[in-house]
Write a protein that binds this ligand. Structure first.
Ligand code: NAD
Length: 785
């Protein structure tokens, strides 16, 4: 039976485009302005290769005008309050809903994705996002009372879900009181410009949203603008890295949603007919140009051939063609350059010896079309198994055991999503926590909702969009305004001789602490530790690169700490506090000796440290995960997981309290840590060795390396097996950490030389520390009717 044509009308969209001929303008400060750059670029229809419109290619002056407008609008927008902002977001949602068909048609024309998808998935999700965040604006004061807006936010989005990515960016930013400069991708600017008209229609105050169009050069102007407080970027890992480095020396907050090579894992007991439909959704939805596409099919060996046969059968029936045809499954690739990338990568796969299968039918030859493709006989280390193809190309591999499936799944530098197919819920829930990915779908795939955070692990980026977890990307703690430039430790002239306070000149020589054992430093050097007057009061090991490497290895080997029950972790922490209390006066004496503080003041620090350990012990089993109310037949479990191996470079201000305030939240959440203690009083940390040992902390959970703070920081920052790094020290050190982190996209948290009062509970916001020590994995589990 032949399918008849069922074209969607493009009349209204064409009228709208005609209205903006010959050139679109950009939307700055509530007005439509021609670009000062006087440059334009074309937006084409990928299905026909015909030009749709000419849009501005904004330059530095345009970006500057947009940022200025956003800056000017900020104060009033904040003053409007949550309820006022909720009303605007609600109005935007309503207005998009009323024009939803125009948005859907325009999106299909500009991007090449089937109307079935833009009409039924993209635009409804956009609307849902604005409604949901209208709610968050309303609830901001109640739910996030300790936080405030960041300021002007620069947002840069890709072309694969133009309107959806816009809504993921703009809705939470506005809800939390920020103003926005957004740049859509160069191939797909049109729906963003239509959105700007909606902002005008609802009377959004001038300058709150500014839409400027342009390419990478425009994007980099946004990234480097000094008045922008946060950059939110979605796009390739390559550009993400550039942005991470470009913002390293600034205090700009950053969230990066990057690429992926997500596993689609099929166990032998899965319902194979559902699996086949899942595969269609995973890799042929949006022509496979989906960051979280299930592009690696991992199949249990016993059913592999049978599943491949079924998939080929289904592929043969897929329909490709003009995006506005209602019966089309696969539309066009966004642009010739992207098509070429896909063709080249597929050729590489063939050259590498993998078996390529494509349907017998031909693609239309007047647009950017590429057929659905299946590679079998693929080696796990091959290019097509490792590189993101970002096209309709599925790469299949097989496994024998669940453990092998997990290994294959995690054999990637990315960690955006995973999909697990089995009729055995025990198996699915055993595998889900083991896969390193920000989203895990069980017996489903590509499910999204505004109530659930989305974002990556590892080189897929950091930060979340959606849900309450996404809101934290657009706020900062109010108390941060109170942090002051830290007085960095001053070198003192060394005095030989007895300090004259009754203690021997050289008390003892502390070694390093690695894998639960005291270890001599690899280099064989020690460094003197002085009191404030310069007298030598002890010596510590001079750790080097090799010691850090050993410590990271030990921390990885202690990875079971992550699956130790939270109750057990709490017990260990309480025990630590108890043992510290037993030796409180000794620790106080040590602090007095090093810092010249009165015994009373030192005792206060020890007491505060014990109390803080109690706080984190208490939180170990109370920083709960939760279930998001997503509107589907499932529960969405927002599981808080540890980052993995963390480096922690402690503050100098309060050597003992700073140590426990930074190390303990990380450990309470199941991370294993490599700690560089304070430079001023490292003996307060090395004295903890015995306490750590007697408190049942498993070897390798806490490793301590003394030595040159900045040098050791550099090694940790460059280390590929360190998943997160906290640094409390100088501005330069903070920059170094952020810059080096771009390599493996480790999570960083730095203080830019600003110190907090570690004694003040308000300055050490407990949940803020716990949040930085965890990342959320959303697991979608089918549930109920
Ligand atoms: P891209 O990185 O080339 O471009 C993304 C955006 O960044 C565009 O707006 C572009 O103009 C801009 N840009 C380019 N160079 C820049 C620079 N130096 N400074 C600032 N901005 C710059 O990515 P793309 O090809 O548009 O999109 C595809 C990529 O996006 C894929 O890798 C995909 O996985 C990823 N993606 C990720 C998610 C997610 O949520 N994780 C969602 C969609 C797409």
């Amino acid at each position: 039976m032949e399918y008849g044509p069922a074209p969607e009308s493009k009349e209204v969209a064409e009228q709208w485009l005609k209205k903006h001929k010959p050139h679109f303008k950009q939307y700055i400060n509530g007005k439509w302005l021609a670009p000062k750059s006087k440059k334009y670029m074309d937006s084409n229809n990928p299905c026909t290769q015909k030009k749709l419109a000419s849009v501005p290619l904004a330059g530095k002056a345009d970006v500057n005008d947009a940022v200025k407008a956003a800056d000017k609008a900020l104060q009033e927008w904040v003053k409007l309050g949550g309820h006022g902002r909720a009303r605007y977001l609600y109005a935007i949602a309503r207005q998009i809903q009323k024009h939803s068909r125009l948005f859907a048609v325009l999106e299909s024309m500009d991007n090449g994705k089937p109307i079935r998808e833009t009409r039924d998935i993209d635009i409804p999700l956009v609307v849902r996002h604005f409604y949901h965040h209208a709610g968050w604006a309303q609830l901001q004061a109640e739910k996030l009372p300790d936080y405030k807006e960041i300021g002007v936010v620069g947002q840069i989005i890709p072309w694969n879900f133009p309107m959806l990515m816009l809504s993921w960016k703009i809705a939470p930013a506005l809800a939390m009181g920020n103003t926005v400069v957004l740049k859509p991708a160069e191939f797909t600017s049109l729906t963003a410009l239509l959105f700007a008209e909606i902002c005008q229609q609802v009377g959004l105050p001038q300058g709150v949203v500014n839409i400027i169009t342009g390419d990478g050069s425009t994007g980099s102007e946004i990234v480097s603008h000094p008045s922008i407080g946060k950059i939110a970027f979605t796009g390739s890992t390559e550009v993400g890295r550039i942005i991470r480095r470009a913002t390293a020396a600034t205090e700009k907050k950053l969230s990066l949603e990057l690429g992926g090579k997500s596993p689609f894992i099929v166990f032998e007991d899965a319902d194979l007919d559902s699996v086949v439909e899942g595969v269609v959704d995973a890799i042929w939805f949006n022509q496979g140009q989906v960051c979280c596409a299930g592009s690696r099919l991992l199949v249990q060996e016993s059913i592999a051939e049978k599943l491949y046969r079924k998939i080929r059968h289904r592929m043969e029936k897929l329909r490709i063609g003009n995006a506005l045809e209602k019966g089309v499954d696969i539309g066009a690739i966004v642009a010739p350059v992207q098509l070429k990338t896909i063709e080249d990568l597929v050729q590489k796969g063939v050259d590498e010896g993998a078996d390529l299968w494509q349907p017998s039918w031909e693609c239309p030859n007047d647009g950017c079309f590429y057929p659905p493709s299946l590679f079998t006989n693929v080696a796990p280390a091959s290019i097509i198994a490792q590189e993101e193809i970002f096209g309709p190309v599925l790469v299949a591999m097989s496994f024998r055991t669940p453990a092998e499936a997990v290994k294959l799944a995690n054999n990637t530098r990315y960690g955006l999503a995973a999909s697990i197919w089995t009729e055995n819920i025990n198996l699915a829930l055993d595998i889900a926590p083991k896969v390193k990915a920000g989203t895990v779908w069980i017996n489903c795939t590509n499910m999204f909702d505004a109530a659930s955070g989305f974002g990556g692990y590892r080189e897929s980026g950091f930060g979340r969009e959606g849900g309450i977890e996404g809101l934290y990307e657009y706020v900062k703690l109010k108390v941060e305004d109170e942090f002051t430039p830290a007085a960095l430790p001053q070198a003192v002239e060394e005095k030989i001789g007895h300090p004259g306070n009754g203690l021997p000149a050289i008390d003892k020589t502390a070694k390093l602490y690695i894998g639960g054992k005291q270890k001599r430093p690899d280099g064989g050097y020690t460094r003197n530790v002085h009191d404030v007057k310069g007298h030598i009061i002890g010596q510590v090991g001079e750790g080097n690169r090799k010691d850090i490497r050993n410590a990271v290895e030990a921390a990885h080997a202690a990875g079971k700490w992550a699956t130790t029950t939270a109750h057990n972790r709490a017990q260990v922490l309480y025990y630590l506090a108890e043992n510290l209390e037993l030796r409180a006066s000794e620790f106080a004496q040590r602090l007095s000796q090093a810092l010249g503080h009165s015994n009373r003041k030192s005792m206060q620090e020890v007491k505060a440290s014990i109390e803080r350990i109690y706080t984190y012990a208490a939180f170990a089993d109370k920083y709960d995960s939760y279930v998001h109310a997503t509107p589907f037949r499932n529960v969405t479990l927002a599981m808080k997981e540890p980052l993995g191996v963390m480096g922690i470079v402690c503050p100098d201000e309060a050597p003992l309290l700073g140590f426990v305030s930074t190390v303990l939240p990380a450990v309470a959440m199941g991370n294993t840590v490599v700690v560089v203690p304070s430079a001023t009083a490292p003996l307060s940390a090395t004295d903890l060795y015995q306490i750590i040992e007697t408190s049942d902390v498993p070897g390798g959970v806490i490793n301590i390396i003394t030595g040159d703070k900045e040098g050791l920081t550099k090694v940790l920052a460059n280390h590929d097996d360190v998943d997160g790094l906290w640094y409390f020290g100088s501005k330069e050190g903070s920059t170094l950490v952020q810059h080096a982190a771009a390599e493996n996209m480790k999570r960083t948290w730095v203080n830019f030389g600003k110190s907090r009062d570690w004694f003040k509970p308000t300055h050490v916001n407990t949940e803020d520390f716990l949040r930085h020590a965890t990342q959320i994995k959303n697991i979608w589990v089918p549930y109920g009717e």
